[in-house]
Design a protein around this ligand. Structure first.
Ligand SMILES: Nc1ncnc2c1ncn2[C@@H]1O[C@H](COP(=O)(O)OP(=O)(O)OP(=O)(O)O)[C@@H](O)[C@H]1O
Length: 729
């Protein structure tokens, strides 16, 4: 429970950083910019203090509406204060554009662009939000299409967010020779490279200072239609999704805050990795969750779990994620509605009214499938009651609505409804489906073959629906049944689904249901599909989400992985995703890839292998930034113990949310590597990663594409054939 405080002295007043002590800088322009930064930070502190100091008026009274209004007002102010906290390590602005004189009405021609809007006491803007329309040319203007921009300035900052340098691009060629470095984009590329190569020390950072034009196009795409980004590893999909949320909250805040915005990621480790991006962009109210949590299934998948995790029999779990299950469940539910063989006799005083079985049959048939299951039960009771009322009227009575309701609730009507259209829970229906072969056969119709039904059914059914321990895939089926029984309100304003290629058809249906009136940003890479139930085509994903008009965009320009590494990993593509384009890396690092054969495969020697692995890790740790040792899930603990024995302290990813921040060397089970990145990566024994699961080759592709600076593959067993014969040594 969050506490909202109304007094100036109370939280959420965070400590605000003071201006740093700086050595005197000889460059007057830099001095001016630094002074401007100080002014802007002071203004932000004042804005924050104003919000904290303002009393939120509370409405008296204790009824629900008044309490709700008070809570909402306090929360809104709390959120506003949070969004105005000056984060000590996040620069307040990162760029500036100088427009041609007179371009921007009611504002200066020179604007500083930052993560949020800052204004002075008189209300004049000091820093303009990057999301504002007037900021767009910062990202889009080129020398050939300069959009009235004369100069684009980018700033360099120290780790403490102190301004240390600036670089200018003069787009109209009127600058001095020294200013006019290459406006074509060498400068921009250098900035981008520096930003990408800045060593990583923990969670993901925002990319707001260097968003590329093709990314900007997606970040600023309107709320409708939904968009899907198919992108090779490191093309910035996750970054785009997060910045898009921040952008949409800026342009459509009211609409979105009504339904809410949710980002769905593959597992807790990934969510922990991305958790700081939106707060750095001033957005503190976005739910970041896994599919399991969103479906209200906490605990089914723990820290180490992942969407696409198969906990039961893999083939059965795959079938349970199959789109055909939607039809099977629908039939299974409606099979509970029987054919009435008797009518009812309703008695009131000396009068008796009979509704015949054929009349009840007609009502049941007209309702079957025309409503959700639960409201159908009520309708049946009401329609029978209506028949009774007609009989009453025929006898000259004049019954009103109250009489109809009383009849609908009467014992004979209730008994008939319970018999013909029984009350059921999702658990009862699924329990029956998976434990009663005849019922499953009837519900399956032509949708499931006999052998599939045999695989789907429980080998050892639990004793009752109540004592069943549902697997993740079964919980998704329960979610579908819940909606079939009583329609769910699906009011999310916007949904971002990352690593969407791994979701089953039934999971996608569950997500789409929660966003019936909103829109979605779907992010993923078919080549990184590792779950058994992946649908394999984006068109099918849109169909399952029930978002047929989704716009599909493909990105191939990779920012994370150097060309040398992506070329190596891409050798797997003809095997795992032959239809996809070949990714490229925007950077080339000649020594980025190393492959070490630890011992001849014929004489495996665990100690020798561990020594080689430890050497590779030590070597990686000699560079800057984060280091990961990635191995098959079953091997990680043992390999980590071997590294610890060799004096290499490390954290185990999945053991705690902040594992990536507690040690420079992180041991990562291959299953959790998706979506993450590290400056240096050491991969242990690729063949075992491939052998560990049916789509092991795709898993290896994921693992090989996590490195920003260096990848070292250590193996004793032969490499997969696609990766052999490399000149790298
Ligand atoms: N325009 C950019 N400027 C600076 N860094 C960028 C830019 N675009 C992407 N990056 C960086 O590249 C890395 C990869 O980005 P991201 O994780 O969003 O890629 P992805 O497509 O989701 O990758 P994957 O498919 O592996 O999950 C991140 O460190 C991100 O910050």
């Amino acid at each position: 429970m969050i506490e909202y405080v109304t007094t100036p002295a109370g939280r959420p007043h965070e400590p605000q950083p003071a201006e740093p002590d700086r050595p005197h800088d000889p460059d007057p322009e830099l001095r001016t910019e630094r002074a401007f930064l100080d002014t802007a930070r002071a203004a932000l502190r004042r804005m924050h203090a104003d919000v904290v100091a303002t009393e939120t008026p509370l409405i008296g009274g204790e009824d629900n509406d008044e309490r709700f209004t008070n809570e909402s007002n306090l929360r809104a102010r709390w959120l506003r204060a949070q969004s105005l906290v000056d984060l000590p390590d996040v620069p307040l602005f990162f760029g500036r554009i100088d427009y041609d004189a007179g371009t921007v009405a009611e504002a200066a021609d020179r604007i500083h662009i930052g993560r949020r809007h800052v204004h002075d006491e008189a209300g004049a803007p000091l820093v303009i939000d990057w999301r504002a329309r007037v900021s767009v040319p910062f990202y889009r203007a080129t020398r050939t299409d300069r959009q009235h921009v004369h100069r684009r300035r980018r700033y360099g900052f120290s780790d403490a967010a102190d301004l240390t340098a600036y670089d200018d691009e003069i787009l109209d060629g009127t600058g001095t020779a020294s200013d006019a470095i290459d406006a074509g984009s060498t400068e921009a590329d250098a900035f981008l490279r520096a930003e990408i190569e800045r060593p990583r020390t923990g969670p993901m950072r925002d990319i707001v200072a260097t968003i590329q034009p093709e990314q900007d196009d997606l970040v600023r795409a309107p709320l409708q239609p939904s968009i899907c980004v198919q992108g090779a590893p490191g093309t910035g999909k996750t970054a785009i999704g997060l910045h898009r949320i921040a952008y949409l909250l800026y342009t459509e805040r009211e609409r979105l805050s009504r339904g809410g915005v949710v980002i769905v990621g593959p597992n807790r480790s990934f969510l922990s990795y991305i958790r700081k991006v939106l707060p750095a962009l001033g957005e503190v109210d976005v739910r970041q969750t896994t599919v399991e949590e969103l479906l209200g299934q906490p605990g089914t998948v723990g820290t180490a779990g992942a969407a696409g995790t198969v906990t039961g029999d893999p083939r059965a779990e795959q079938l349970k994620g199959d789109a055909r299950m939607a039809a099977v469940l629908l039939r299974a539910l409606w099979l509970h509605v029987g054919t009435p063989t008797e009518g009812i006799l309703y008695t009131k005083g000396a009068n008796r009214y009979r509704v015949h079985d054929y009349a009840v049959q007609e009502i049941v048939e007209s309702l079957r499938g025309a409503t959700r299951y639960a409201p159908g039960r009520n309708s049946l009771a009401q329609r029978i009651a209506h028949e009774v009322l007609v009989l009453m009227e025929r006898r000259g009575e004049s019954p009103d609505d109250r009489v109809q309701n009383a009849v609908a609730r009467s014992r004979p009507v209730k008994a008939l409804v319970d018999q013909v259209w029984p009350k059921v829970t999702p658990e009862q229906v699924l329990f029956r489906l998976l434990s009663d072969a005849a019922f499953l056969a009837a519900a399956a119709g032509a949708d499931l073959a006999e052998d599939e039904r045999a695989e789907l059914a429980w080998a050892k059914p639990p004793r009752s629906a109540k004592s069943a321990k549902w697997s993740p895939a079964e919980l998704v089926l329960l979610d579908e049944l819940t909606d079939l029984i009583e329609r769910r309100a699906g009011s999310l304003g916007h949904l971002v689904v990352d690593e969407a290629q791994d979701l089953s058809a039934m999971q996608l249906r569950a997500l789409g249901r929660r966003c019936r009136t909103g829109s979605a940003t779907v992010l993923g890479d078919l080549a990184q599909a590792t779950s058994a139930w992946t649908t394999g085509s984006w068109e099918q994903v849109f169909e399952h989400l029930e978002m047929p008009g989704t716009r599909l965009v493909e990105l191939e320009r990779g920012f994370r992985v150097p060309g040398e590494i992506i070329d190596f990993a891409a050798r797997l593509l003809p095997t795992i995703a032959p239809a996809l384009g070949r990714p490229t890396g925007i950077r080339s690092l000649p020594d980025a890839l190393r492959i070490s054969s630890a011992r001849p495969a014929a004489s495996p020697d665990p100690q020798g292998f561990l020594d080689s692995l430890a050497d590779a890790c030590r070597n990686a740790l000699a560079g800057e930034g984060s280091v990961a040792m990635i191995a098959a899930d079953a091997d990680v603990a043992e390999l980590r113990a071997g590294l610890l024995d060799r004096n290499l302290p490390s954290a185990l990813l999945g053991s705690a949310d902040d594992a990536m921040e507690t040690a420079r060397l992180v041991c990562v089970p291959a299953m959790l590597a998706k979506g993450l990145e590290f400056d240096a990566v050491v991969v242990a024994e690729p063949a075992r990663i491939v052998a560990a699961e049916p789509r092991g080759m795709a898993r290896l592709y994921v693992v090989l594409t996590r490195a920003v600076t260096s990848l070292h593959v250590v193996h004793a067993e032969p490499l997969p054939a696609e990766l052999r014969d490399t000149a790298v040594g």
